[in-house]
Design a protein around this ligand. Structure first.
Ligand SMILES: NC(=O)c1ccc[n+]([C@@H]2O[C@H](COP(=O)([O-])OP(=O)(O)OC[C@H]3O[C@@H](n4cnc5c(N)ncnc54)[C@H](O)[C@@H]3O)[C@@H](O)[C@H]2O)c1
Length: 325
């Protein structure tokens, strides 16, 4: 268990970052959150502001001096700050690149110069691109299908070069469709689970892009927290300076996802069982199928995903029911 450390969580006001802040604060660490609130929210971290172990730096990773200030005396960096969403990057590739690549490089430089113990960063399953092989194995990737995917792949390349050139310890966690409490259901770029949950709660019909047979390896947030902690903890040098799939290891179609959501939400309001979904065109840049092999993480880090999709969905649905209404 990681305790009594100083941890910088960039993007700490976002979905994944705020969950990491909560977890590591509970384990008696000092947590610094660097966020510019572009997609994150104050309400995600409001409660931590009362803790003397929590420091908020409101700032932008595109500014190197801000990054340097944030990493001062830090043991670990958990770098989550980025502009997510494939469609957002298709609409505005320049801003996605500035934040996700230039901002990432700033953080690497700052972490290197501050001699942090390890730099752990949010990589992405989008790096598998057009590779059709399933399950996805870390070494077999295809060509990126979106500007967002390029940025996340470039992150891995930079991290690798910083490890080899400057000796900075890095670990990339390729997140696969993460979901859970604090994930934003609002806005044009909302992820599918929170968006559909909110629509069902409002008795509105969600729109599935395509015929609903596209599949994803949906990963509950607590599995992601576990992976971050294992990546900080691991001692074996063979396990460092590499990337890991961070997933559940199960594949679920959008049609099945909707079935689960309706089933669990109907326990709160049975009218939801009567809400139908609507089918629309496929979305540009979307990978048809995504399923991770988590063998490398199991072997090298001792990963054991505790939450299967259905358990995570139940927890999430409960959280949204209590917090959205
Ligand atoms: N959620 C997923 O399924 C998923 C999948 C793959 C990878 N990821 C990656 O995980 C990370 C976290 O994603 P999330 O789902 O929590 O998204 P999020 O949008 O909720 O969180 C991102 C946070 O970064 C902050 N941020 C953005 N630009 C910034 C900047 N220039 N300076 C400082 N802070 C900035 C935002 O305000 C936000 O709080 C991202 O790097 C994302 O690309 C997420």
């Amino acid at each position: 268990m990681i305790t009594n450390k100083k941890i910088l969580i960039t993007g700490g006001a976002g979905f994944i970052g705020s969950n990491l802040c909560e977890y590591f604060l509970k384990k008696n660490n000092k947590v610094i959150c660097l966020d510019n609130f572009s997609t994150g929210h104050k309400h995600n971290i409001q409660i931590f502001l009362q803790s003397e172990n929590f420091l908020l730096i409101e700032g932008d990773i595109r500014d190197l001096e801000t990054c340097r200030k944030a990493v001062d005396n830090v043991d670990y960096v958990l770098h989550q700050a980025a502009l997510g969403s494939v469609p957002r990057s298709i609409t505005d590739p320049i801003t996605s690149n500035d934040v996700n690549v230039s901002g990432f490089l700033n953080m690497l430089v700052a972490a290197r110069d501050a001699n942090v113990k390890r730099f752990i960063y949010a990589a992405s399953s989008s790096t598998y691109g057009d590779s059709e092989s399933l399950p996805k194995i870390e070494d077999v990737i295809g060509k990126p299908l979106s500007p967002y995917a390029i940025t996340k792949y470039v992150n891995e390349l930079y991290a690798d070069v910083f490890s080899k050139t400057y000796g900075l310890e890095t670990i990339g966690l390729r997140y696969f469709n993460v979901f859970g409490r604090n994930q934003d259901p609002n806005g044009a770029y909302a992820a599918v689970i929170p968006k559909f949950v909110k629509q069902f709660i409002n008795l509105e019909s969600p729109v599935i892009n395509g015929d609903g047979n596209y599949s994803r390896d949906f990963t509950y947030i607590d599995n992601v927290i576990q992976m971050n902690e294992l990546a900080m903890f691991v001692d074996d040098q063979q396990a460092v300076n590499t990337v890991y799939n961070t997933a559940c290891g199960d594949r679920t179609t959008l049609n099945d996802l909707v079935k689960y959501l309706k089933r669990y939400l109907s326990e709160y309001n049975d009218k939801i069982s009567k809400v139908d979904v609507v089918y629309g065109p496929n979305r540009m840049g979307d990978i048809p199928h995504s399923l991770a092999s988590v063998e490398k993480a199991k072997k090298m880090l001792g990963y054991n995903p505790k939450y299967r999709l259905e358990d995570g969905l139940r927890e999430s649905v409960k959280w949204y029911w209590e917090n959205l209404k």
